[in-house]
Design a protein around this ligand. Structure first.
Ligand code: TYD
Length: 125
């Protein structure tokens, strides 16, 4: 998911391009401003951090489903470390962000988590 700060900064195309160039396949995409209710479900154990909830709900996000061999592992590598100060140059966070609280992208950390997150973010409403 491309977070609100990346949308605001005009990084949507650059981020999508990196996944496409790597060879992954985009199979679903949604552009909308998430509700606090959705964010609380997504960040269940972190939802008590008001700054995180406020940031994630501050504008539209681009939630996506990407498909391909080892997509979770490769996707996390391409994103870089949670704290951009630890994210290597060449990674998305390493190239375009400075602090954990504005780290521009979210990616599922396991296939099981991805399945849950896809069900949550792409639920029929
Ligand atoms: P986490 O799931 O640990 O990282 P990741 O996004 O790499 O899977 O944390 C979720 C988000 O919470 C993280 O992307 C940014 C935010 N966050 C903070 O704002 N401060 C913190 O100290 C941590 C650990 C996370």
């Amino acid at each position: 998911m491309i977070k609100p700060d990346a949308v605001q900064r005009g990084l949507v195309g650059e981020i999508i391009k990196r996944f496409e160039m790597k060879g992954f396949k985009l199979i679903a995409m949604k552009f909308f401003r998430p509700t606090q209710e959705l964010l609380q479900q997504h960040y269940a154990e972190r939802s008590f951090f008001p700054a995180l909830m406020e940031y994630m709900g501050s504008g539209p996000v681009v939630s996506m489903v990407w498909e391909g061999l080892n997509i979770v592992r490769s996707g996390r590598q391409m994103m870089g470390a949670t704290n951009p100060a630890n994210a290597l140059p060449g990674t998305i966070r390493g190239d375009f962000s400075i602090q954990t609280g504005r780290n521009i992208i979210h990616g599922s950390d396991a296939v099981e988590t991805a399945n849950k997150e896809i069900a949550l973010w792409f639920a029929e409403t």
